[in-house]
Write a protein that binds this ligand. Structure first.
Ligand SMILES: [Zn+2]
Length: 130
């Protein structure tokens, strides 16, 4: 499967994002980093992040962003911060454009764009669970 950046994913089936966890202070971050932004320790290791959380904040984009943003055909879309528990992750909010803070969401693979050769490139996003 083509991905916008394979390093963002711990796995794609089932889908899970790859963060890093600090063994010194417990801080988790996404995307994974080689050192801890809280205590500067380099004792960090990859961790698969939780796949469900709640919308922490969101906005809806009503016009196409400039390149390098790519899509097959622009339609308004939502972007949000999702609280996964140990870390808050920014990403697409899928399938609708009206959200509520605290709304429960689940990680999914999402179609980002189609290459000229027909390859579909995927990224991650979050869909409402109900
Ligand atoms: Zn740390």
């Amino acid at each position: 499967m083509a991905l916008v950046d394979a390093s963002l994913f711990a796995s794609t089936d089932p889908v899970a994002l790859q963060g890093s966890s600090c063994s010194a202070c417990g801080t988790q971050v996404f995307p994974a980093q080689g050192s801890c932004p809280t205590c500067t320790s380099v004792s960090v290791s990859p961790v698969a992040l939780p796949t469900e959380g709640t919308v922490w904040s969101w906005t809806t984009q009503h016009f196409a962003p400039k390149a390098p943003f790519r899509t097959d055909g622009f339609v308004p879309f939502s972007i949000g911060y999702v609280d996964l528990g140990p870390v808050i992750v920014e990403g697409w909010l899928l399938n609708k454009t009206d959200w509520h803070i605290g709304e429960r969401v689940r990680l999914e693979l999402a179609k980002a764009w189609t290459e000229d050769d027909g390859t579909v490139v995927h990224t991650y996003g979050f869909a409402a669970t109900s």
